[in-house]
Write a protein that binds this ligand. Structure first.
Ligand code: F0G
Length: 482
């Protein structure tokens, strides 16, 4: 028994193992209104307002569907500044799942990164990792350190069928720790590696990484924000772990790491975040920063209701039926796009479906923001809001030159348990139409370019009138349909 439902008709598709009991009304505005909204937003999907968005696939952060049990737990929160019993409940759940007795609450994932980098990273330090995340790198660099990425060649090969593209280059790690002895405050491994398409690592690779760290006496830090997806892939792709439960795999992972931190906007389907450790010395270096940046030690900037929701959400993450929904729906969408000849990252990772923008729009150079242009075009085509994960998400070098991204992806995130199968089919249909009309899509240029994390608030405009022409083609093809 693998828990899969087989269909008499032979079709293969994932089935929701939950029912929807609270809904939010959506609106789909005409393509002309989508064009006006896009221009008002400076062609930046972060700046779109939700009343013009039909399927919000920007992120899975803070927008996952909560369970009835999470909502119920929020009603029993022990709201107090200090000594909250809600915090004690979270601490007990965390210790039970991860086996780490020390818990520092923070208001979200990047706040954990701020605490970690402020406490542990000094000028000239190097922090090796399987791949960076935007806010992680910004915090390390802000504290005078630099990031060294140690991924394997498969990581950036969008056509490779490797099941564990998030794996650390352990040979590279060994060499780096020798070369930089005494200059590495910690090694970071990111679960469900975000910027390369939500790709996982294997438990075998993490074990090797941990062994190297132990030999060099360097702490191993796990960013567990996307751990749920990585757990699913270990269970379904790593033969040696096939018979282990999700809870057992989680504990094996946590036992290999000195510090685990996460964004609870992702892991646990709540909001907030946490840093966990079993190491008293590390805990004591970080603890004084919590009241300074986050709030008192029993809430750390989180609402106490969210702390209750997180405790239940983490428990629910140990349920295979719960964590399979995201990766299986993403896999369905990626396969459906692939069957139509559309370049998409396969095997699909977690978090979302990732379109390969350089193959989708080979005529739009990276300097003209290939993935950014595709994000704008997908919004016009279907009211679907995705997130650019390419050169726009990079920062310029100190000399002002563009840091071209390794890969240009458009991420269509699937918040957990939010979208239905017919909504996915709609998205596939509109992206298919766009692909057939891809030669109409052109590039973008900056109108306002912030220096730091420019992708959040920067404004761009199209080069030429390609957006008007794309909308006119939509109208011609679809008549008066939305
Ligand atoms: N680490 C990873 C792997 C993440 O994906 C994120 C957030 C963070 C840390 C920071 O957490 O948002 O709670 O401060 N990723 C979001 C995304 C923003 O849309 O991918 P946060």
């Amino acid at each position: 028994m693998n828990g899969q439902v087989k269909f008499f008709g032979g079709e293969v598709f994932p089935l929701e193992m939950h029912k929807v009991r609270i809904v939010q009304k959506l609106t789909l505005v005409p393509v002309e209104d989508r064009l006006a909204a896009l221009r008002e937003a400076g062609c930046n999907t972060f700046l779109l307002k939700n009343d013009k968005v039909f399927l919000d696939m920007l992120t899975d952060s803070g927008v996952n569907a909560m369970s009835d049990r999470q909502l119920a737990a929020m009603m029993t929160a022990d709201d107090s500044y200090a000594g909250s019993m809600s915090f004690e409940r979270l601490k007990a759940v965390v210790e039970d799942i991860f086996g780490k007795p020390f818990l520092l609450p923070v208001h979200q994932g990047r706040a954990a990164e701020n605490i970690l980098a402020s406490a542990l990273v000094g000028r000239g330090n190097v922090v090796p990792m399987n791949y960076h995340f935007t806010t992680t790198r910004a915090h390390i660099e802000r504290n005078g350190g630099r990031v060294e990425e140690l991924f394997l060649p498969e990581a950036l090969n969008l056509d490779s069928a490797d099941p564990f593209k998030g794996n650390m280059d352990t040979k590279g790690l060994e060499a780096l720790l020798k070369r930089e002895a005494g200059n590495v405050p910690f090694v970071r491994v990111e679960a469900g590696t975000n910027l390369i398409g939500g790709q996982p690592w294997s438990l075998e690779n993490l074990s090797e990484t941990a062994e190297i760290c132990r030999r060099h006496k360097v702490p191993l830090v796990l960013d567990a924000s996307l751990l749920a997806d990585n757990l699913y892939f270990i269970k379904t792709r790593e033969v040696a772990q096939r018979d282990a439960s999700i809870r057992e795999i989680t504990r094996r992972i946590a036992d290999l790491c000195d510090i685990v931190y996460f964004s609870a906007r992702k892991l646990g389907c709540a909001r907030g975040g946490a840093i966990l450790t079993g190491d008293r010395a590390l805990f004591e270096r970080m603890q004084p920063l919590i009241p300074l940046f986050e709030g008192f030690l029993t809430y750390g900037g989180m609402s106490v209701r969210e702390i209750e929701a997180l405790a239940v959400g983490l428990e629910e993450t140990m349920d295979f039926d719960m964590i399979r929904h995201g990766p299986e729906f993403i896999g369905f969408m990626a396969d459906a796009l692939h069957e139509r000849g559309i370049p998409v990252v396969r095997p699909a990772g977690g978090l979302g479906c990732h379109l390969n923008a350089r193959e989708f729009l080979p005529h739009v150079p990276q300097e003209r923001y290939t993935a950014g242009a595709l994000a704008a075009a997908v919004f016009l085509a279907g009211g679907i809001r995705g997130m650019e994960r390419g050169t726009l998400s990079e920062e310029r070098r100190e000399d002002g030159s563009e840091r071209l991204a390794d890969v240009e992806l458009l991420r269509l995130a699937l918040p957990r348990r939010v979208f239905t199968m017919s909504q996915l089919k709609y998205a596939v249909d509109r992206i298919h139409w766009l692909f057939e009309n891809r030669e109409l899509v052109g590039g973008l240029k900056w109108v306002e370019e912030p220096k730091l994390l420019r992708f959040f608030s920067g404004r761009l405009e199209p080069l030429g009138d390609w957006q008007e022409r794309l909308c006119a083609k939509f109208r011609a093809d679809f008549g008066d349909s939305l």
